[in-house]
Design a protein around this ligand. Structure first.
Ligand SMILES: C[S@@+](CC[C@H](N)C(=O)[O-])C[C@H]1O[C@@H](n2cnc3c(N)ncnc32)[C@H](O)[C@@H]1O
Length: 209
């Protein structure tokens, strides 16, 4: 696992400087409107896991207190620049989502946008476990993720993109994170397609004992 983590730090430290530019067309045509939906109705103390360059900052609910964590110092550096520019109140910390340095039940709600697609299969349950542990019993964990389309043409295009996405971001389109929810002690509350059958929002909640 340490080897995987170190490789991921390398990948994101390398791509950090180009990240926002590479993502710009998708950010404007797709992600912006979806990020708004992810934060809809959330309040209180929030964890933004895998905060990246801070693309979610403009969508943080006004009355919330947000902590963003990320593995890559270079991505966090870009997030700090964005934080100053937008004057956003957010606490940023370097941390691995599979070993969070927060006490149990720290956050009212948790959000992770395009984080689980970059985690290896073997890390999915560990990451979900940690998000459950730091989330309050009645909290919501919202995850925004890619999925491989069932439409033959879209699927073909995504398959063509896959090696590039793997190389540049260390990401996969089809991690199907929701399949690990039960093992991680989470209940699947909602699964909702937000962009065709390609980007979905998964809402999870800690299972009541
Ligand atoms: C595709 S980016 C998404 C960034 C941001 N959430 C967004 O929506 O634009 C994935 C982010 O997850 C971070 N990451 C990868 N593995 C991680 C881990 N194990 N713990 C915390 N962050 C991680 C990467 O450094 C990167 O910033």
């Amino acid at each position: 696992m340490i080897g995987q983590i170190n490789r991921k730090i390398k990948v994101y430290n390398r791509v950090a400087i180009f990240y926002d530019i590479l993502d710009l067309p998708f950010e404007h045509s797709r992600y912006k409107s979806l990020r708004k939906i992810v934060f809809d109705g959330l309040s209180g103390s929030l964890l933004d896991a895998g905060v990246g360059t801070g693309r979610n900052f403009p969508f943080y609910p006004k009355d919330s207190k947000v902590t963003g964590i990320d593995l890559s110092p270079a991505m966090l550096h870009r997030a700090r620049i964005r934080q100053r520019k937008l004057r956003i109140s957010v606490t940023l910390k370097e941390m691995n989502v599979t070993a969070l340095n927060f006490p149990d039940n720290t956050f009212d709600n948790v959000v992770a946008t395009f984080l689980f697609c970059v985690l290896e299969e073997s890390q999915q349950v560990f990451a979900l476990n940690e998000l459950r542990r730091v989330c309050q019993a009645r909290g919501i964990i919202r995850i925004l993720e890619y999925s491989i389309s069932q439409n033959p043409i879209r699927r073909f295009i995504m398959k063509l993109w896959e090696p590039w996405v793997k190389h540049i971001y260390g990401a996969a389109f089809d991690q199907r994170t929701e399949q690990y929810a039960e093992t991680a002690g989470l209940e699947l509350i909602e699964e909702r397609w937000l962009y065709k059958d390609i980007i979905k929002m998964i809402s999870l909640s800690p299972k009541s004992l």
